[in-house]
Design a protein around this ligand. Structure first.
Ligand SMILES: [Zn+2]
Length: 155
């Protein structure tokens, strides 16, 4: 980071923190040459990525769609919006690390499941049932068993 006052190349970071909306990192810096202090805001930006859907159509990646998709399976289970935002941000970070121009909607779906499972198993199963299109109730039970749960019935 170049100092905006004297153009010196070395500045030291005094303090870093996530800004309130968690979309960027705020850093307080000090120039090692002139000792002037200034603040930078770093925003992680992901270069345009296309998502290939099941029907082979492509659409531009959007974080909002991930959030909406998770929200749809959570509505009744009250997962905090903040946690949903966090999951979406993590998935997006993972996508940026892949460095690919195209990813599949299945990849995103798997990631949503991966992060949803430890947060809320009911929402996870609900999302899974849509994602894998369970045909029968047995399919659902099988999946619940994979979750390590034993179903018990009482009457
Ligand atoms: Zn300076």
């Amino acid at each position: 980071m170049i100092c905006p006052f004297c153009s010196h190349e070395d500045t030291k970071v005094l303090e870093s923190r996530m800004s309130s909306e968690k979309a960027c990192i705020r850093r307080r810096r000090e120039c090692e040459n002139c000792q002037q202090r200034f603040t930078t805001y770093e925003r992680v930006e992901i270069s345009p990525v296309m998502v290939i859907k099941k029907n082979k159509l492509k659409e531009e990646y959007s974080r909002e769609k991930i959030i909406k998709s998770i929200s749809n399976s959570c509505v009744k289970y009250e997962i905090e919006q903040e946690i949903i935002q966090e999951i979406a941000a993590r998935i997006e970070f993972g996508i940026s690390l892949l460095g690919k121009k195209e990813i599949t909607s299945a990849y995103i779906g798997e990631k949503i499941l991966e992060y949803l499972k430890p947060v809320n198993e009911i929402a996870y199963l609900r999302y899974l049932s849509v994602f894998k299109k369970f045909e029968t109730i047995e399919d659902l039970y099988k999946e619940i068993n994979l979750c390590g749960k034993t179903l018990t019935f009482s009457n």
